[in-house]
Ligand binder design. Structure first.
Ligand SMILES: Nc1ncnc2c1ncn2[C@@H]1O[C@H](COP(=O)(O)OP(=O)(O)OP(=O)(O)O)[C@@H](O)[C@H]1O
Length: 267
């Protein structure tokens, strides 16, 4: 795995490459002043190549911790994460965070070029193509302070895609945006995902967002994945259609089902 591998494609996003994720028996403990805190005990799931899977759970259930372990930023206490790709090459992971984490002294283009500093074949033109892909054509030379929150997050997505990752890891990327901007970005993300065929593993606490975006929703709580539901709704999805609202109600009931378990006192 190499999260800083560079794109060798000639055009933005034209390489159809993705990978599957295999999470096997993960447990995570932190040492705190009050002793050992066990965030989760036994988390296992597989995410198919090219699919869009969302992880939801209450605040503190361990969503970001799990994503950090998948990305290799944090180590698991037990268990392991494997990736498999039909291309058989090293796997590249792209990250999109809650905050876009742009360098304020760099323009949009320079923020993308920055992650390709050691790659002579990555050009300014290619950086612009990735900005075009996320709807930022003509904004190339603006600095982050000259962009709206939604535009900054678009640069973050363009930067993640520019390394041509097989897997895109997204940690609540739209939670700081106003709802209209977030809705626009969700639609664009689905369009990009359909075009590029990347595997997306997306963290949110928003059930509507999860139903709109995902093929599958994993629910994390009480130290494990307590529900794994397939979202059998046709795309494109309309969030106020009857079938969407019916499915969303089903997902909400499933989400709250954890309350009925004996050991759910902590939530
Ligand atoms: N570095 C750390 N040291 C100690 N405890 C930690 C650390 N990182 C996370 N935790 C604890 O692990 C638990 C899960 O945190 P995490 O941020 O993964 O939850 P989350 O589901 O993403 O929450 P939120 O939705 O609020 O972002 C929390 O109780 C948190 O305090």
């Amino acid at each position: 795995m190499n999260s800083e591998q560079h794109s060798t494609s000639g055009d933005a996003g034209t390489t159809p490459s993705s990978a599957s994720i295999h999470v096997e028996g993960l447990a995570k403990e932190y040492e705190t002043r009050n002793g050992i805190e066990r965030v989760f005990d036994d988390v296992s799931f597989t995410i198919d190549e090219g699919s869009f899977v969302t992880l939801i759970g209450r605040s503190g259930s361990g969503k970001s911790t799990l994503l950090s372990i998948v990305s290799g930023i944090e180590e698991a206490t037990e268990g392991r994460v494997r990736f498999e790709s039909s291309t058989g090459d090293d796997i590249t992971l792209g990250h999109v965070f809650q905050e876009p984490r742009l360098l304020p002294w760099n323009t949009c283009v320079q923020n993308i070029e920055f992650v390709h500093e050691d790659n002579d074949s990555f050009s300014e033109e290619l950086a612009k193509e990735y900005l075009d892909l996320v709807g930022l054509d003509g904004q190339y030379d603006k600095f982050p302070t000259q962009l709206s929150g939604g535009q900054q997050q678009r640069v973050g997505i363009a930067r993640a895609l520019s390394i041509d990752p097989e897997i895109l890891l997204m940690d609540e990327p739209f939670s700081n945006l106003d709802e209209i901007t977030a809705a626009e970005l969700r639609k664009e993300l689905i369009s990009i995902w359909s075009d590029l065929g990347k595997t997306v593993f997306f963290v949110t606490h928003d059930i509507t967002e999860a139903v709109e975006l995902s093929d599958r929703i994993l629910m994390l709580g009480d130290g494990e994945i307590y529900s794994d539901i397939s979202v059998d709704l046709e795309r494109p999805r309309t969030v106020d259609s009857e079938e969407f609202l019916t499915f969303q109600q089903h997902a909400i009931e499933e989400f709250h089902a954890i309350k009925k378990t004996a050991s759910a006192d902590a939530y």
